[in-house]
Write a protein that binds this ligand. Structure first.
Ligand code: FAD
Ligand code: FES
Length: 265
C-alpha cells in the first residue's frame, strides 16, 4: 500500500498499513507527569491487544499498544529519547504509523469470570478489551498496579465504564494497588490477583505490564490451573517476523504475540 497523506483535521480509515503512513494528531491528554494519551485522525481495523509501530522520520520507530482503533489512540510513558519526543507532539502535528501487528487477546468462550491486570502503561490495551468483552463476560475484576498513586493509569476511565454498566450486565470490580501504599492496597498487583485466585473467583487472566509482573502472573495462574493471556514486550524492529529481534523463549513476539496464551480453558 502506498503511504497516503492525511491533512490535519481529516480522518482516514484503513485495514493494515504496510508502510509508515502519516496521520495528524487529533488530541493529546495528560494522564500523569510521565504519561500522555495521543489520539490520531485515523482509524484502523484492529483488535484489543494488537500494536502499531510509531515512526518519527530521521529519529526512530517503536511499538505501542493500541488503546483504541477508532480513532487510533496510543498511551505513551516518557522513559527515553523516543517517548520524550512523542510527548512534545501537539494537535495538528504528524505521526507515522504501521500496523496493526500481532495477535490480540482472544475470548475462549462466553460466561467467564475474568481478571484484567495492568502494570504501568500495560493498562493501555485493557480498557478497550473491557469494552469489547464485557457483554460476554460473567464478571470482570480489573487490577491496576503502579509504584505510587501518581503513576496509576486510567482508573477514572475504568470507573466511568463501571458506572455505565446496566444492572443486568457483568459486574465490574476495580482494584488499585501501589507498591508504596499511597493509594489502594499496599503491595503488588499480583498480591491482589493471588487473593482472588485463592478465593476461586476467576476463570481467565489477561495481563499486560512489566516482564517481572507477567512472569509472576504466569506462575500464579499455573499454580491455580487458570489460563492466562499475557502481553509480553520485546525489542521490535521490523514487526513482521523478519529481523528476529523480538524472540522470547522461542516465540517471535511480533507474530506469535505480543499476547501469548499460557494454559487453556
Ligand atoms: C508490543 C509493545 C507494546 C508497547 N506498548 C507501549 C505503550 O502502550 N506505551 C508505552 O509507553 N510504551 C510501550 N511500549 C514500549 C515502547 O515501545 C518503547 O520501548 C518506550 O517508549 C521507550 O522508548 P524510548 O526510546 O523513549 O526509550 P529507550 O531508550 O528505549 O529507554 C530509555 C531507558 O528507559 C528504560 N525503560 C524502557 N521502558 C521502560 C519502562 N516502561 N519503565 C521504566 N524504564 C523503562 C530503558 O531500559 C532505558 O534504560 C511497548 C513495547 C512493545 C514491544
Ligand atoms: S520485530 Fe522483527 S521479527 Fe519481530
Amino acid at each position: 500500500m502506498q503511504p497516503m497523506s492525511v491533512l490535519p483535521g481529516e480522518a482516514a480509515s484503513s485495514g493494515a498499513l504496510h508502510l509508515p503512513t502519516p496521520f495528524s494528531i487529533r488530541s493529546v491528554e495528560s494522564d500523569n507527569e510521565r504519561t500522555k494519551t495521543i489520539a490520531l485522525n485515523a482509524s484502523l481495523n484492529a483488535m484489543p491487544g494488537q500494536f502499531v509501530m510509531a515512526w518519527l522520520p530521521r529519529f526512530d520507530e517503536k511499538p505501542f499498544s493500541l488503546v483504541a482503533a477508532d480513532p487510533v489512540t496510543l498511551m505513551v510513558t516518557a522513559v527515553g529519547p523516543f517517548s520524550n519526543l512523542l510527548h512534545r507532539l501537539q494537535p495538528g502535528d504528524m505521526l507515522w504509523i504501521r500496523g496493526p501487528f500481532g495477535r490480540a487477546f482472544r475470548l475462549p468462550q462466553p460466561g467467564l469470570r475474568a481478571a484484567f491486570v495492568g502494570g504501568g502503561y500495560g493498562v493501555a490495551p485493557l480498557l478497550w478489551l473491557a469494552r469489547a468483552w464485557l457483554p460476554k463476560l460473567n464478571a470482570l475484576t480489573v487490577i491496576i498496579g503502579a509504584r505510587a498513586a501518581a503513576e496509576l493509569l486510567y482508573v477514572d476511565r475504568f470507573e466511568a465504564l463501571q458506572k455505565a454498566q446496566s444492572e443486568n450486565a457483568a459486574s465490574v470490580d476495580i482494584i488499585t494497588s501501589t507498591e508504596d501504599g499511597s493509594a489502594g492496597a499496599a503491595g503488588l498487583a499480583t498480591d491482589q490477583l493471588s487473593a482472588r485466585l485463592s478465593q476461586g473467583e476467576l476463570d481467565l487472566i489477561c495481563a499486560c505490564g512489566p516482564h517481572g509482573m507477567l512472569a509472576a502472573i504466569d506462575s500464579l495462574g499455573e499454580r491455580h490451573a487458570i489460563p492466562r493471556q499475557l502481553s509480553w514486550e520485546a525489542y521490535m524492529r521490523c514487526a513482521v517476523g523478519i529481523c528476529g529481534s523480538c524472540e522470547l523463549n522461542g516465540s517471535v513476539l511480533c507474530l506469535d504475540g505480543p499476547v501469548l496464551e499460557h494454559g487453556s480453558v
